[in-house]
Design a protein around this ligand. Sequence first.
Ligand code: GLA
Length: 398
Amino acid sequence: MGAFAWLKTWSLLIVIAAASSFDSDETSNRRNLLGNGLASTPPMGWNSWNHFNCMIDEKIIKQTADALVATGLAKLGYNYVNIDDCWAELNRDSKGVLVPKKSTFPSGMKALSDYVHTKGLKLGIYSDAGFYTCSKKMPGSLGHEEIDAKSFASWGIDYLKYDNCNNGGIRPTLRYPVMTRALINAGRPIFFSLCEWGDLHPALWGYTVGNSWRTTNDISDTWDSMISRADQNEVYADYARPGGWNDPDMLEVGNGGMSKNECIVHFSIWAISKAPLLIGCDVRNISKDTMEIIANKEVIALNQDKLGVQAKKVRMEGDWEVWSGPLSQYRIAVLLLNRGPVRTEITAHWDDIGIAPTTSVQARDLWEHKTLNTRFTGNLTATIDSHGCKLFVLKLVS
Ligand code: GLA
């Protein structure tokens, strides 16, 4: 049987298994066929693409690992150090194995993962479910899934981002599960991040195949790009759960294109949406303002809440929105968001967020780090700056 016949057979088996699991009870609905036990909460870490693009080398990766530890970000949970596109030579070796680029990764990936692991961190790598990666500067894994997954496992890789370029027009539901199977065969638990850009609604099938799935095209460092990714991702809220998450793309906080308020909105939405928190700036030179945002323990805790439910928009009126979702211990997360050009009052009504009308609530403001003195009944109103937000955790008191 040729490589493509195998590819189709395995994919078919996986997709059939996935489909039948959706027909049965709630327990099997939640089955992630990858079964790697990872992603009980959204992944946290760093990725090279948003800041460095193809200009990466092993020195930057090592220094980033050092910086994650030195800044305290590693302790807060940012533990994946993910290398994106452009790390390999254009040609495989005589045995068909991917070769780390000699000029930029001369020590090889095993040495790099050893280094990153001694820091208590994990190493991520990138490949593509196509013939070439998106940069076209290295080969993709289509047709080489088994050998590549084995290489990644033998190098000590912990996370694979798997892109969608140059794929010969083959459906993603045929291409992605082949790598799932190869990762299972390779025997190392590797977080599997599907970077399918939302083309064929990966939220509908991603849970059976991987641990996260991109729901959008690439983010760029502007308010419009960021907020439109948040909107596209929100539509799929019901499909995120422990083991597999919607991914609206990596963070742009700290890259300079958005104001501080806008970066707070960006981080708040990603947190409440249970999105992967993958820092996309240069953590070796990080500003105080950026640290204040990405190192906010209370917002991180909201993202990492055990219940793992993605928040949704519960009210939209002109330029303002209320987003909300349940948290563990009967708490509720609420985001008041002002998308417009002027400061405005925004109200969260209890009947929008699933609280009985007479229930009183204590509100914790996660950016002010303050529990408000007022007890709120029926609704909560706050005045919000243009392109700003408030993020609360509500606790029912009586
Ligand atoms: C695609 C992905 C990006 C990045 C680049 C690398 O565009 O969506 O996140 O990985 O490829 O070339």
